[in-house]
Write a new protein. Sequence first.
Length: 241
Amino acid sequence: MPEERLQKLIAAAGLGSRRHAETLLRAGRVSVNGRTAQLGERADPERDAICLDGRPLAKAQPPLVLLLNKPAGVMCSCHDPEGRPIVLDLLPPELASGQGLHPVGRLDFHSRGALLLSNNGALTLQLTHPRFQHSKTYRIWVRGQPSQSVLDQWARGVPLDGQPSQPVTVRRLEQQRDASALELVMHEGRNRQIRRTAELLGHPVLDLQRVAIGSIALGELPEGRWRRLDPQEWPDSHHRP
């Protein structure tokens, strides 16, 4: 077997994303043949003794991708130091532990909707790196009735933290006296971007639901439930088993 970067091998073993694997390497928790490994180092799992915290690295887990309909009030994380509910709590025990599943991207604590979970580091990178430009579709309720000029401003991209934002597709779905429903299609996902933008435009978010990630739609999946994605649904054929 050819040598691979350690962060790829760690992710393939179901221990988190490649980014998390890099954190483990920087912390000095990974060793190869008894020597502390360095970020960027390569190894052959058939020939080299690769350990995390002194324990041999498990064999690579079969690739697995789940679509979860995350409720509001659940942390998009594998653990929470404050003891709040996490997305893994919504899975059966045989999937919640031992499979290496981790959230792909983020959906904040108060938001709900489509979230992917995967144990495949390469797929996680492909879905989260900005260069791949995967669209995400949201249905949100905002306070008030945004004018067309406000929606046009949002569509052009509202700068955040002094940095420009990418254009957004905005469509009005429903309008009531005190609130409006909008559909947003975005290709970037900065921290709390929708909520912060809506606040700046004077129409705070009342409810935020992500309904699709690329071509993977939430559909009729009930809130709090999950389904296993068929490999044909995965965004990139490179990562199919």
